[in-house]
Design a protein around this ligand. Structure first.
Ligand code: ZN
Length: 431
């Protein structure tokens, strides 16, 4: 195949992922877009507050807080257990505080924001930002919410000029309260952003009873590298894995297991919310669907013992300028396939058994795999695997796709890896 042809195929293959991430500025939007994928694939939407009717051979999904979603497909025969994958819908960003407008010297309006998750602060400076989230209002059925997205370059967090801080390039400590407030307009701009959001939601600003609003980077995902080896974009962690999970779920018919794809909100702030991985959401869904299939309590426990969870959250790739930050041997490379994460103190849930199962899935799918471990003197992050198993205890592997600059406003990953993950998850769901 010619390089030109190869590149055209690559762009085509990546288009659905790019479209999803570009249009998912917040966890609410990500879950709405995953819902569209599921609707198009004929999944039936269930409501947590209504009784369910779950039948063999059918497919369903349910949201919680409109920011987490669990989709599942039931095989035509009574299931033996659950084949599950989990990812997260949220990314580090800035949340607007209540009544966020601050006037500066009667000449600017800026916004009072706070950190959501652990981002690299400097990457949010000097780039056009927008505002998205949800507005809550009093509807006919009580409180209702509507998604909003200004989708326009409305805010900037400006650096201080180097002339005012000559030590700038020796490293700056950014204060999230004083250094990170975005300017959104002149003194005349007071109230304008809220009016614009309300108008988009089809209401007046005084009708807004509540708001979860966030700053986001409007940069689009793109292919990067002289040989098109990489992709770059905002929120790759973890929308890449969330997309791959749903893409595989809608593609594969379940055989002997209920296939489940769970995308949780609030991983970046510890997962401890009602819709996070540490909530009862997954447990509630599995118990309810089992009850509807007349599976009794003991059978349900047998099923859990015969289940497997792939927790997919991006992993640190070997950094070109800082290879010393990586473990001596277990140092993932972008485009070298699925990363199986290990941690001696079990912050990653992987053990010998679950690693072996994952390797077997990769081998059967014909995709590459590699391993990650922190340097022994670096604490590293945590993820979904061991948190969700605290609620639903099943054999779990923590995996991810190798990426650079995790929690930057603009991250870089391998162009081939998301395809590998979809292939591996299809094999998993098919088996
Ligand atoms: Zn993540």
């Amino acid at each position: 195949m010619s390089l030109k042809m190869k590149n055209r195929n690559l762009e085509e293959d990546l288009q659905p992922l790019f479209h999803f991430i570009d249009n998912s500025p917040t966890a609410y939007h990500a879950v709405a877009n995953l819902g569209k994928m599921l609707d198009e694939a004929g999944f039936e939407k269930l409501e947590e507050k209504k009784k369910w009717d779950v039948r063999l051979g059918e497919k369903y999904y349910v949201n919680r807080n409109d920011s987490s979603v669990i989709a599942f497909t039931v095989p035509a025969q009574m299931p033996r257990g659950f084949h599950m994958m989990a990812a997260h819908s949220d990314s580090p960003c800035f949340k607007l505080k209540e009544a966020p407008e601050i006037a500066v010297d009667d000449c600017y309006i800026k916004l009072n924001v706070e950190k959501y998750g652990g981002m690299i602060l400097s990457t949010w400076l000097d780039r056009p930002l927008s505002i998205a989230g949800r507005l809550v209002f009093r509807g006919k059925q009580g409180m209702e919410s509507r998604l909003v997205n200004l989708d326009k370059d409305v805010a900037m967090i400006p650096n201080v000029a180097i002339h005012m801080n000559r030590d700038m390039n020796k490293g700056v400590e950014y204060n999230p309260q004083t250094d990170m407030e975005p300017i959104i307009g002149s003194a005349d701009a007071k109230g304008v952003y809220l009016k614009a959001l309300a108008e988009q939601a089809g209401m007046a600003d005084y009708e807004i009873m509540g708001a979860d609003l966030f700053l986001y980077n409007r940069d689009k995902c793109r292919i990067v590298g002289i040989d098109n080896a990489f992709i770059a974009g905002p929120r790759l962690d973890d929308l890449e894995c969330a997309f791959a999970g749903m893409a595989a779920l809608v593609k594969e018919e379940p055989k002997e297991y209920v296939n489940v794809c769970a995308v949780f909100d609030n991983e970046e702030v510890g997962s401890g919310t009602k819709q996070g991985a540490d909530s009862t959401f997954l447990k509630d869904v599995l118990e309810r669907l089992s009850g509807k299939l007349s599976i009794d309590a003991e059978e349900y426990r047998c099923m859990l013992a015969d289940s497997f969870l792939i927790s997919a959250d991006n992993a640190h790739a070997l950094h070109p300028n800082h290879p010393e930050k990586a473990d001596t041997v277990n140092r993932p490379i972008m485009n070298n396939g699925i990363v199986i994460k290990h941690h001696g103190s079990q912050r990653y849930a992987t053990d010998a058994v679950s690693a072996a199962v994952m390797k077997d899935i990769c081998l059967r799918a014909g995709v590459l795999y590699q391993t990650y471990a922190n340097r022994s003197d670096i604490a590293g992050g945590s993820t979904l695997g061991n948190i969700s198993t605290a609620q639903v205890s099943v054999n779990t592997v923590d995996i991810g796709l190798a990426q650079l600059a995790m929690h930057s406003a603009f991250e870089t990953a391998g162009a081939a890896d998301v395809g590998y993950l979809i292939k591996a998850l299809c094999t998993f769901y098919r088996s």
